[in-house]
Structures are given as C-alpha cells and as structure tokens.
Write a protein that binds this ligand. Structure first.
Ligand SMILES: [Zn+2]
Length: 335
C-alpha cells in the first residue's frame, strides 16, 4: 500500500488528506488533476487513510484494512466499475452506488466509494449520483476522481470538497528522474520541460524511443536551420511533415522542442549563462543561434510557433504547418 510519504510532491494535498483521515470525513470529495498526475494513487491512499485501523501515520500500510485496500478486497472500499470502458452510465451509478450504499458498512466505520475517471460520467449518471449526494447515509464517503472540475455538474461540485492535484515543481520532477530512474541530468532537463509538472508524463517519456527519435530529429533540423538555404529548409519541412503527419501529438511535441530550443538561445543571448538551459549538451549551437539572431528574430520565431500550434488545433494539414513553420524559422534566423 503506498503511504503518503511514498508519493512524490503534493505536500499540501497530502497534509489535507491526512487531517481529514484523522477527523470525520465529508461525504464527497472531488479529486481533480490532469491525466497521469497521480490522482488514482492519491485516491487509493486517501481511501486507505480514512479506513486505516493502525496507529500513527495513516494509512499505516500494515493493518488488515490497509492490506485489503491494497489487494482490492476491502469490503468497505469500493472502486466503482462500469460496463462500457469509455463512459460511466446511469445504470452503473444506480446499481454500483445508489443501491449498494444503502447497505451498511460490513466492518468499517465508513463505506468509501472511489469513482475513477469521473469525467466520463454521463449527465444522467451525474444526476443519479446527485440523489445520493443530496441525502447520503452517515457512513458514506464518495471520492470522485476527475481530469477536470468542469466535467462535473455545478450541483455535484457544490456538494463536494475540492481536492486539487497541482503540477509539481520542475525541481521535484528532475530530482525524481535523476535519483529514482537514473536519467542523466541533460536528458532529465528536456523531459522535465515536457512534463510540465506531471510526473506520470515524465516517467512515460523516460526510455520512450519515439520521443528520443523525435528529439534527435528536431535537434538535427534546428542545427541545420541557420546553415542551410531556403530550398533545403523546404525539403526538410516536407520530410518532417511526412514523418509526423499521422501523429499530431508528435508534431505538437516537435513544436514544443523548437520553442525550448529558441527559448534557451534567447536566455543565453540575454544572460550569457548556460545554467538551467534545457539543451545544455548542445551549448555550442545554442551559442551560435544566440549570436546570429536578433531579438526581433526571436519574437518572430515564438510568433511562428504559436501560429503553428493554432493551425494544428484547427486541423490544418501537417504538411502546410511544417512548411510555413520551417520557412519562418529560416527567415527569422537571418533577422
Ligand atoms: Zn492501516
């Protein structure tokens, strides 16, 4: 059973959960944070803490209750299941929660329900849940785990105590990658920048070959931009578009890499310092870009990347976006 101290970061949230588990919990909590931010682990730990029978720090991880939560066999900690994978429907809530909750706890003081992916509840399902939230039995604790707060009806939000999962500081992620996953520092920097405070996303990128390949393609392309002529840049654009046109996510990551690269160069240009740069291992090139480009050039690059991202969102083809972007990068590098 993960104990709170084994979960990285989220100190405030964990303190709040610890305090709740030592007092009388409310009937409903809305644990909200983006995908891969560790919400499900936190919810499980929170449920275990509420039910823990041990002394001292809760969850203790050792008592029968904690062990049963870990195994998924605790009779009074219920992880709501649903028939369809992508949606939680009204019948799932009716049978899995509204009817089940009327039966008193089997052994514990509380009956804790965890609804993971609560953002997938249909409006009808949420309205059915609302019936229970309006008049919950005294022993009921419902933990909704959702990607966004907004996915919940306002009437559900107002009856739940919000527990927001916040992005982790970069330093926490970087240290975790280096100390627990043995990622070398220069790679940890790039991954940390990409993870944007999400440890799950960071871990996904470690050893992800697709990402490594994308990164090395991007670096080759970026190194070449100031050296090649417009014609070559155009050929590169066609190449890149062909590679990533099926995968908007990769293309979006590519635009992020471009952004980080020029951001590094701009920082170097204005401070003359290489500490904290994401692409420290390419410092010779970063210095070159910093020396060759004007501040207007940087502004033009950031504008072009922003526009490229918008075009991708509006479903403009990858070929067109790559063309325009690379040509702007080329032009900006000469400004
Ligand atoms: Zn325990």
């Amino acid at each position: 059973m993960p104990r709170f101290d084994a979960i990285v970061g989220e100190e405030q949230l964990k303190d709040k959960m610890r305090a709740i588990s030592r007092s009388a919990p409310s009937h409903a909590y809305l644990l909200a944070g983006e995908r891969r931010s560790g919400k499900t682990t936190l919810a499980k730990c929170f449920a275990a803490a509420i039910q823990c029978e041990g002394e001292g720090e809760k969850p203790c991880g050792k008592c029968m209750s904690c062990l049963q939560v870990e195994e998924g066999s605790h009779p009074d900690v219920i992880f709501l299941t649903h028939e369809k994978e992508e949606t939680i429907g009204i019948s799932d809530i009716r049978t899995g929660l509204n009817e089940d909750i009327l039966l008193k706890p089997y052994r514990a003081k509380y009956k804790v329900y965890v609804i993971d992916d609560a953002q997938n509840m249909t409006v009808q399902a949420q309205n059915a849940l609302l019936k229970t939230l309006e008049e919950p039995p005294s022993y009921a604790v419902i933990i909704l785990v959702s990607n966004t707060v907004d996915a919940m009806l306002p009437t559900i939000q107002s009856r739940s105590v919000l527990l927001p999962v916040k992005p982790l500081p970069d330093e926490v992620i970087r240290n975790y990658l280096m100390n627990h996953m043995r990622v070398p520092d220069y790679r940890a920097d790039v991954i940390t920048a990409f993870a944007r405070g999400n440890l799950g996303r960071a871990c996904d990128l470690v050893g992800n070959e697709e990402f490594e390949e994308l990164k090395s393609n991007a670096i080759t392309m970026l190194k070449g931009i100031s050296d090649t002529d417009l014609g070559t840049a155009y050929v590169d654009a066609v190449d890149i578009a062909a590679k990533y046109k099926e995968n908007k996510n990769s293309f979006a990551q590519l635009t992020d890499l471009i952004l980080f690269w020029y951001h590094d160069a701009l920082i170097y240009k204005s401070t003359g310092r290489s500490e904290g740069l994401i692409f420290r291992e390419e410092i010779q090139y970063i210095k070159k870009v910093a020396a060759e480009m004007s501040y207007e050039g940087f502004e033009a690059v950031f504008r072009a990347v922003k526009e490229a991202k918008e075009k991708l969102r509006f479903n403009v083809s990858a070929e067109t976006v790559a063309d325009l972007l690379l040509i702007s990068l080329k032009e900006s590098s000469q400004k």
